[in-house]
Design a protein around this ligand. Sequence first.
Ligand code: NAP
Length: 265
Amino acid sequence: MDLHIKDKVFIITGGAKGIGEAISRTIAEEGGVPVIVGRSLEAGRQLAQSLRKKGHSALAIHKELGNAESCREVVEEVMATSGRIDGLVNNAGANDGIGLENGDPEAYLRSLEHNLHHYYFMAHYALPALKEARGAILNISSKTAITGQGGTSAYAAAKGAQLAFTREWAVELLPYSIRVNAIVPAEVMTPLYRKWIETFDEPEKRLKETEKNIPLGNRMTQSKEIADMAVFLLSERAAHITGQHLFVDGGYVHLDRSLSVIAMR
Ligand code: NAP
């Protein structure tokens, strides 16, 4: 299937690692131009270079996305270098464990800055270009918005708000034919997930227990599986899909997890 994204320009926040990296790679492989935005200078540069070496197009922008000004600068730089924006993937974020008992108001607000506000800022500043291109927005949320996790109020609130943004923006942007969707991942092995699992006493045991509870295949979702859905949703092949929350999670959120016993036979 040709996704028709050749030479189209897509911003991916947190695009250098994990799920974002897989989305950047898939966009490039499909002929699009990923603009890899994030705070990891080397990771962004190296990924863009390796994609260009393979004959693909790619750009890297080094930016911490904590405030509106940085987001405005990202959009200005993309417009100055590429002249268009066909899609925005709001993806950067981290499950930082700011809970009710183990947090405080300052840490809570800081976490929202790092996990939530830039989703709005990026969409706000990219909007004129997205209108021009009849582009698409994709928000990467998390199962924590639906299931809760415990001990991570700010992150869960940010992820829930991203699902609300998705419906709200899908409605607001109907007149411009800009589609807005969200992907809800559950358990994906990425640098962030690895860091999190290492906080447990027996990380490998914990990982095996988690995998047992993922109904389809008793395995983690792969970043590439999230990326394939992401790039489809960004493409005109998804022309009549908007306001959707898509769960790419092996049935983790919606199926009875005791089914894993059957799946393992
Ligand atoms: P990851 O491996 O840490 O990759 C995220 C990238 O985003 C990193 O390069 C990180 O930079 C960058 N980043 C994070 N916050 C940033 C900010 N405020 N400004 C600039 N760059 C920032 O994470 P991931 O696991 O791929 O997660 C990607 C998205 O998926 C997140 O929104 C996460 O909530 C969501 N998600 C992941 C899972 C999972 O199982 N992995 C499950 C549900 C939802 P540094 O590495 O330098 O910090």
